[in-house]
Design a protein. Structure first.
Length: 89
C-alpha cells in the first residue's frame, strides 16, 4: 500500500505537527502582544510569553535582574496572574 505524497503545508496543519505549530504560533502571538505593553528595553529581555488555560500569563526573561523588573510591572500588564521565569539566552 503506497500513500500519495502530501504537501508540507498539509502535514504542518494536522496531527501532532499541527498542534505543535498552533502552540508555537499562540506563544509567538502572546510574546508580541506582551512586547507592545512593555517599553523597548524590557521587551528585548523577554524570551517568550504565553497564556495558561486559566488566563494567567507566563513570561520567560533572559536574566534574574530583568525577571525582577518585570515582576514589578506584573499588575499593570492586565492579566489575572503573572508568573515570571528565567531562561538565560
Amino acid at each position: 500500500m503506497t500513500k500519495d505524497p502530501r504537501r508540507l503545508g498539509q502535514l504542518l496543519g494536522e496531527g501532532r505537527l499541527g498542534a505543535l505549530r498552533n502552540e508555537a504560533l499562540r506563544r509567538r502571538t502572546a510574546t508580541v502582544d506582551l512586547s507592545t505593553r512593555l517599553d523597548a528595553e524590557e521587551a528585548r529581555h523577554v524570551v517568550q510569553a504565553f497564556t495558561r488555560e486559566d488566563g494567567g500569563l507566563v513570561v520567560v526573561a533572559d536574566s534574574a535582574a530583568w525577571a525582577a523588573r518585570l515582576r514589578y510591572r506584573a499588575v499593570a500588564l492586565g492579566f489575572p496572574s503573572v508568573e515570571i521565569k528565567v531562561q538565560p539566552r
